[in-house]
Design a protein around this ligand. Sequence first.
Ligand SMILES: [Zn+2]
Length: 304
Amino acid sequence: MNDPIKHVAITGGTHGNELTGVHLVRHWQSQPAEVRRSSFSTELHLTNPRAIKKVRRYIDQDLNRQFSIQDLKNPELKSYEQQQAKSLDALLGPKENPRVDFIIDMHTTTANMGMTLVFNSSDPLVIGMAFYIKQKMPHATLFYEPVDRLGHNFLTSIGRIGGFLIEVGPIAQGLLNYQVYSDTQKAVLYALDYLEKRNTGQPLDLPKEMAGYQFIEKIPLPENSEGEITAMVHPNLQDKDYHEIKPGDPLFITLAGDTIVYDGETSVYGAFINEAAYYDQHIGLSFMKSIKINLENSGSENYG
Ligand SMILES: [Zn+2]
């Protein structure tokens, strides 16, 4: 069992064009009672102010890839987001011995992923939170990508127990949409309720296991020898996040209209399908596998 949670940070605007989290932080800054709980402190932070002001994902680099322990300790890294990551590490961390126990980072996606809870830890506290939110909001999808906390480059990795990304879509970059806003708001409030119940020893009544998806790999868009994109997501796959992709199913369609199929040997599931933010890296989608996530046997992976 972990120590009680004493300090929670809710963060928005890590990507400056994902307005839901930006405006939820502003809302809660004006209505702090909504996120106040008796057994821990809640703090609110807009994490990438210059990108928020410009309504851009980032100024120099993706902020949510700058938090590995090696990069935080590297004095040569001086871009805006690299410096911002170091400031946030000083404010919330430091990563090796963090002040803040848990970070809830709010994101949106242009992909049709509904309300997705992305968690990188197999710690029972984190898995239990995902289960609790899914119990309350059954349309939520559990997206599990276990990663070693110290090596991980996400903002949430500077929390003592890591944290949690709430990733809601589809929504265009730079937009607000009330359904997305209110789903994100509810999920964060349930996360706080869960921590409060856990801290104060109230019964949680969680299932032993729940269905979810585990990240396998990112799949690049086809390119020519000059590194230009030569194909796009196939219309049969568009908006089909978390649907099964069987061997031989269409993945991409070339500029000339030719279909490129999935040539793997086992079925996978798609996520972040045609995510606008991944065009800079020519990523078409992520492959996931369908899994059962177990609460009792969790905590075995190295997430120190
Ligand atoms: Zn984001």
